[in-house]
Write a new protein. Structure first.
Length: 185
């Protein structure tokens, strides 16, 4: 069981990440003593968005293709803009998310960040928050939509964009504490 001060969480981002979500999650996790690694498809800094304007640049710690799920205790995926559609098509991203899921590590996703899970196959027969994506996208991949702001189905935590980031991060930290084996180094 990983305690917050020992946890290592990966945050998956790309150009167009929701800057307020990432900044708030980053601050909460760092204050809790969590080791946080920023993952992106390219090594160059990625640009966030706030109110449809480009904002914060975020330095990438590890390229997704080089990341290994067993090095982390959990995965956090913030809201992503329509510009970051590349994540759901990226083979390395799909593979990494699948490996987190197979290892039964917690995966927390906010709103449109769920797009990155559509082609992974992990949403089949899973309950997800109905307020994350259009219902036809979710039913097409075999998900059951639930009319709740945050839905926890095993190791998958989905939340609508209206949910405060701190609530999603708290659910993620609760999942890490609940007995998930710590990441290997």
């Amino acid at each position: 069981m990983a305690q917050p001060e020992q946890a290592h969480i990966a945050m998956l981002v790309d150009d167009g990440f929701a800057q307020p979500d990432v900044v708030e999650a980053y601050q909460i996790l760092k204050l809790a003593g969590v080791a946080l690694t920023i993952l992106a498809p390219r090594p160059s800094p990625v640009k966030g968005q706030h109110e449809y304007q480009w904002s914060t640049m975020l330095f990438v710690d590890t390229v997704i293709a080089d990341a290994e799920a067993h090095h982390f205790d959990a995965l956090f995926i913030p809201r992503l803009s329509r510009l970051s559609d590349t994540l759901r098509r990226d083979h390395a991203t799909i593979t990494l998310i699948q490996r987190f899921f197979i290892a039964q590590k917690p995966i927390a996703v906010i709103g449109s960040g769920l797009h990155s899970l559509l082609k992974t196959g992990i949403l089949s027969q899973r309950q997800v928050s109905a307020a994350t994506l259009p219902a036809h996208d979710l039913t097409r991949v075999g998900s059951e939509t639930v009319d709740e702001e945050i839905v926890v189905d095993g190791n998958l935590i989905t939340a609508s964009s209206a949910v405060p980031v701190r609530d999603v991060v708290q659910k993620l930290m609760d999942a890490v504490r609940s007995g998930i084996p710590p990441a290997s180094q």
